[in-house]
Design a protein around this ligand. Structure first.
Ligand SMILES: Cc1cc2nc3c(=O)[nH]c(=O)nc-3n(C[C@H](O)[C@H](O)[C@H](O)COP(=O)(O)OP(=O)(O)OC[C@H]3O[C@@H](n4cnc5c(N)ncnc54)[C@H](O)[C@@H]3O)c2cc1C
Length: 811
């Protein structure tokens, strides 16, 4: 074993083998894999190893497509062909219209990635899978590429190719410790000696937290026991004359694929259990958990009803093994938060299907700093301090129980709630607030008109549409109040803060005391990394002059790591997170200034406190920092209050608001209003796949200023031309919004993809943002948008159709 390598990947399952192989593909060959036992001796060896193309967003579909293409290439490699049953096809079943709508949306979304799904009716499902009954079935989603692969051969093939490219694979070498040095390099301690390296990758599967513990990290990954069995041969399969497609059943929570002349059936039982929560036996390798078929009786009955032939078919073998889950079901692939030169590829629950793609995107992140797709949906930094062991376990159970039941828009599942609350959460609920969650925080979604009001989840406008309309009317005619919990907020102090921010951000960074400015941070490729509101808070009895850096709720770890990584040794910049210490109350509407003037002493007139100002004050008796900013397009104030004073501030504002008919509103109203103003959401519309010019943020770029991160790359991009342009569309339908991922077409050809969509109540239009081919981005150009299976006319309009002069925001 060498004692040095550029990258050490720990773990030789599909995750580690794929990461190693793809590092060599990206040009880094001084890389090493260390495995405690044999390759694939963790979960990978006993996997059902189905490979599907289905994903709920384009990043997942794209990475799975990469897996499939890679596996086909490995299958066709004459020197080491891998057993890969490609193209049996697969069906995801549905018994509700809302699920069918979802499949229509995913079909449009996948088409934008060049992947052709098909929505089938029940009869066609049964024609393609002759073993299923059509009872209680509406139809399904057909994925023609579904198949399964030999997991051991796959890993061996990847490791073999990596070795041929120069990588080293060390088996039977348990990693026992990790030491990080002052220069951020690592020493990997193993039972066979130490290895010095620049970068470590945790690919430890269900042991990822043992490896995490070596660096003081608890990853939000929990293991669940998961069972499948293999049946005896089924004559009807032979009689069918073709292989059985894969089946995924959200009605009865099971899956199946053909295995020899019988079936493999896997189960997601409600009575499920976590595994290894209190430590894992070191000898558990190439091992299984004891069979427990009693646990799956409920699901089995459903499977029997769907596939009656099972009732007369014997079971040949049962497999019960640990499978990893995270808080939201997607894996953790990317930089480990709070650590330098440390990455992970863990929490894979469909690692055979996805592993090829995850290794690819991870290797790109390690080598180039960023992958070709925006990888936020799999980014380890998307969970912050709330991601405790216990919450992870609860969410893992919930996710397992709902394995094939995708999330509907605006669906917030109940497990692990409430996790993060503010002192007024219960007050808001008592006033009728329906809560959603953002990064673990309870946040007001909308205000229920009656106690027993319940939203019908789905892809169409529903009863919440009118509720939101009333909230928007109240805000735009009088004044509304809401709480924005969990908003990310860093305090930056030191003499070099402004020069540091100037280097980090691509536009003018306001330095004037008492002023606020919005700006963008680019990555080294000139693409959009982060969005931040910079507030220059003057010196006061609460502290020295300081800068607040505010950004999206889930961005705390992401932005903190990016900022800290760029502070130079001789720079005086200190960063402190206030994210969990303060909460924002927003008042918005033409009477907002009156309410503020009643609740806080001082002159809040337009002249004394214009738009984009910041001032420290008291709301009633509560200390607060007020920002004159608006995401709704109305005159609005963000009032930042220490959590211990939040209730006092809320009471004072409510009292002041009484005279102005102030009412509570939620984030759904804000979502609608921000679209009317052309305001963007980080990670919905602001993506690392696009630069600020493509995203319509050119007014936030100042190339004439000094150097800033991403400037050189951005200048090159400006010469090579824009690939896409973000536009605002008006869509000619009232029955549903365009959903993120939906395809935009011209004469049937896909020319772009929707990022956000919602009804604009003040302009009375169905609005969407979409990245489209630039040549079609002129105002008045017409096209069509797919909305849950139908095609609707759409037209490009100017961004921000509501109050384009900004007269309302300025008040
Ligand atoms: C019953 C079952 C059925 C499944 N069916 C499917 C399916 O149909 N399709 C699909 O895509 N996925 C399926 N999965 C999930 C899939 O198998 C996993 O997502 C995948 O195998 C995980 O791979 P991994 O590399 O992350 O982990 P593992 O395969 O567990 O690999 C981790 C490796 O790290 C090594 N390691 C750990 N600690 C150390 C250390 N300290 N030093 C050195 N090495 C270490 C381990 O020995 C192990 O080899 C199934 C899982 C189960 C349990």
């Amino acid at each position: 074993m060498r004692d040095q390598a550029r990258v050490v990947v720990i773990g030789g399952g599909i995750a580690g083998c794929s990461a190693l192989y793809h590092l060599t593909q990206e040009g880094w060959t001084d890389v090493m894999l260390i495995e405690r036992d044999e390759l694939t001796s963790g979960t990978t060896w006993h996997s059902a190893a189905q490979v599907t193309n289905f994903g709920m967003n384009q990043t997942m579909v794209g990475l799975k497509t990469h897996s499939i293409n890679l596996y086909k290439e490995l299958r066709d490699d004459p020197e080491y062909p891998v057993g890969y049953n490609y193209g049996d096809g697969g069906i995801r079943l549905a018994n509700t219209q809302a699920q069918m709508d979802g499949y229509r949306q995913f079909t449009s979304m996948a088409a934008g990635m060049g992947v052709e799904f098909e929505v089938l009716d029940a009869a066609e499902c049964a024609r393609r899978h002759p073993l299923i009954s059509t009872d209680n079935l509406l139809g399904g989603l057909w994925d023609p590429t579904d198949g399964h692969i030999d997991p051991a051969q796959l890993c061996q093939a990847l490791a073999r190719r990596a070795r041929l490219a120069g990588a080293e694979v060390n088996r039977h070498t348990p990693v026992t410790g990790l030491t990080q040095h002052a220069d951020s390099t690592w020493t990997v301690h193993t039972e066979k000696g130490d290895v010095k390296c620049e970068i470590v990758v945790n690919a430890g599967g269900y042991r990822c937290n043992e490896i995490g513990a070596m660096t003081g990290v608890q990853h939000p990954v929990a293991s669940m026991e998961h069972q499948y069995f293999l049946t005896e041969d089924i004559p009807a399969i032979a009689e069918a004359g073709h292989r059985m497609p894969l089946l995924r059943c959200p009605i009865s929570d099971y899956y199946s694929r053909q295995e020899k002349g019988g079936l493999l059936l896997g189960f997601y039982e409600q009575d499920c259990r976590t595994w290894g929560m209190d430590g894992i036996d070191p000898k558990f390798t190439n091992a299984l958990c004891p069979d427990d078929l009693d646990r799956i009786t409920d699901v089995l009955e459903g499977a029997f009803a769907r596939m009656p032939v099972l009732m007369e078919t014997g079971i040949r073998e049962v497999v019960n093994g640990p499978i990893t889950y995270t808080i939201d079901g997607a894996p953790l692939v990317g930089p480990i938060p709070g650590k330098r030169n440390a990455f992970c590829i863990i929490g894979l629950r469909a690692g055979l299907g996805e592993g090829g793609g995850h290794g690819w995107l991870l290797a790109q992140q390690i080598v180039h700093g960023e992958a070709q797709y925006d990888t936020w949906v799999i980014d380890p930094r998307r969970f912050t301090g709330h991601a405790t062991v216990e919450l992870t376990a609860l969410k893992a159970i919930e996710d397992y129980q709902n394995e094939f039941r995708f999330h509907f828009p605006h669906e917030h599942r109940p497990a692990g709630r409430p996790m993060k609350t503010t002192p007024i959460t219960q007050v808001l609920i008592s006033e009728g607030a329906e809560m959603g969650t953002v990064n673990g925080w309870e946040r007001v979604d909308y205000i229920k008109p009656t106690q027993d009001f319940k939203e019908t989840l789905g892809f169409k406008f529903n009863e919440v549409h009118d509720v939101v309309a009333k909230e928007v009317t109240a805000i735009s005619t009088n004044v509304g109040i809401t709480e924005v919990s969990g908003f990310n907020r860093f305090e930056l102090t030191g003499t070099d803060v402004h020069s540091f921010l100037d280097r980090m951000m691509c536009g003018t960074v306001t330095k004037r005391e008492g002023r606020v400015g919005l700006g963008y941070l680019l990555n080294n490729h000139g693409l959009l990394k982060a969005e931040a509101t910079i507030s220059n808070i003057p010196v006061s009895d609460r502290g020295p002059a300081r800068v607040w850096y505010g950004s999206a709720a889930a961005s705390e770890y992401h932005d903190m790591d990016w900022l800290k990584a760029h502070i130079k040794a001789d720079e005086d910049v200190k960063i402190r997170s206030l994210t969990n210490a303060q909460t924002i109350l927003v008042i918005a509407g033409p009477k907002a200034r009156d309410v503020l003037s009643m609740a806080a002493r001082g002159d809040w007139s337009r002249e004394a406190f214009p738009w984009l100002s910041v001032r420290e004050t008291h709301i009633g008796i509560a200390p607060a920092t007020v920002l004159g900013v608006s995401f709704s397009g109305e005159l609005a104030y963000e009032i930042h209050v220490p959590n211990e004073n939040l209730h006092a501030a809320y009471v004072a504002l409510r009292k002041a608001g009484e005279a102005y008919g102030m009412r509570l509103f939620g984030s759904r109203a804000v979502e609608s209003m921000r679209m009317e103003k052309g305001f963007l959401h980080w990670k919905s519309d602001i993506l690392t796949e696009f630069d600020p010019f493509e995203t319509g943020l050119e007014r936030f770029v100042k190339l004439s200023k000094g150097d800033f991160i991403g400037k050189d790359a951005l200048e090159i991009r400006m010469v090579t031309g824009q690939q896409r342009k973000l536009v605002t569309l008006v869509i000619d339908t009232k029955h549903a919004p365009a959903h993120g991922g939906a395809s935009v077409r011209l004469d049937g050809r896909i020319i772009g993809t929707v990022t956000s969509g919602d009804w604009g109540h003040r302009v009375g239009k169905n609005l969407a943002y979409a990245f489209i081919e630039p040549e079609f981005s002129q105002v008045s150009t017409t096209m069509t948008v797919d909305i849950i299976g139908e095609t609707f006319a759409a037209e490009v309009i100017e961004s921000g159709p509501y109050d384009p002069e900004y007269s309302r925001i300025r008040g």
